[in-house]
Write a protein that binds this ligand. Structure first.
Ligand SMILES: [Zn+2]
Length: 215
């Protein structure tokens, strides 16, 4: 089966994904053709379409024999995917370093590498909001965040689960896809709670914007 190296717009995994169907369409421009390929991600199994534009002459030549190198050249052309890749969940209220880490998390495929970046983002956020000092372990910092009512007991429990995934990933270079997904879901929720929500509250609790007296 033909495969094509590209980034899956669903899970962002860059790999050789399987081309499951190919269709040829002539564009309005009489010198250029589009080749539409239906691709199935080798990681998340979701389908997407990659569209290649190439000169009609080249397409006709390539299509004469699908076993040739000329044919495979179609897939070295510039392409767009449908759907377009999702935007990484960065946010203007997050520190730049967190946003950079999120972009890295989106890029890496290996679950242990993903979890290592997630752990770094979590640690950085805890330091940034003044919860974690140099002598605090991540365990201490999570407890402090709970004691200061920044997170609920439930979220603290979840944080400890994710912390253990992080330890395993860093020390044993071992992690599963579902651990990486869970850790990432936790991080996204955590960042919303400590950066995004306070930013919204600050916006509306600005004295200039609220004229109501306490009743
Ligand atoms: Zn995928």
């Amino acid at each position: 089966m033909l495969s094509f190296k590209c980034k899956c717009p669903h899970c962002h995994n860059e790999a050789n994904h399987n081309i499951t169907a190919i269709a040829y369409y002539k564009k309005i421009d009489d010198k250029t053709d589009s080749v539409y390929t239906l691709i199935k991600c080798c990681k998340c199994n979701e389908p997407f379409i990659a569209i290649f534009n190439l000169p009609t002459k080249e397409r006709v030549e390539a299509q004469k024999n699908v076993e040739t190198r000329e044919y495979r050249r179609i897939f070295t052309r510039e392409y767009i995917t449908y759907p377009e890749p999702k935007q990484p969940p960065t946010h203007e209220s997050y520190p730049d370093k967190i946003n950079s880490l999120i972009k890295e998390i989106e890029k890496v495929g290996e679950p242990f590498a993903k979890i290592s970046f997630i752990r770094s983002a979590l640690e950085f956020a805890l330091i940034d909001i003044g919860i974690k000092s140099d002598k605090d372990s991540l365990f201490d910092a999570i407890q402090k965040a709970y004691e200061k009512r920044l997170i609920t007991a439930q979220l603290a429990d979840w944080a400890h689960i994710v912390r253990k995934f992080g330890n395993k990933a860093i020390h044993e270079i071992e992690a599963t896809e579902s651990e990486a997904q869970e850790a990432y879901d936790f991080l996204k929720l955590f960042l919303k709670l400590i950066y995004e929500i306070p930013a919204v509250i600050r916006k509306y609790s600005n004295p200039a914007s609220s004229g109501n007296k306490e009743e």
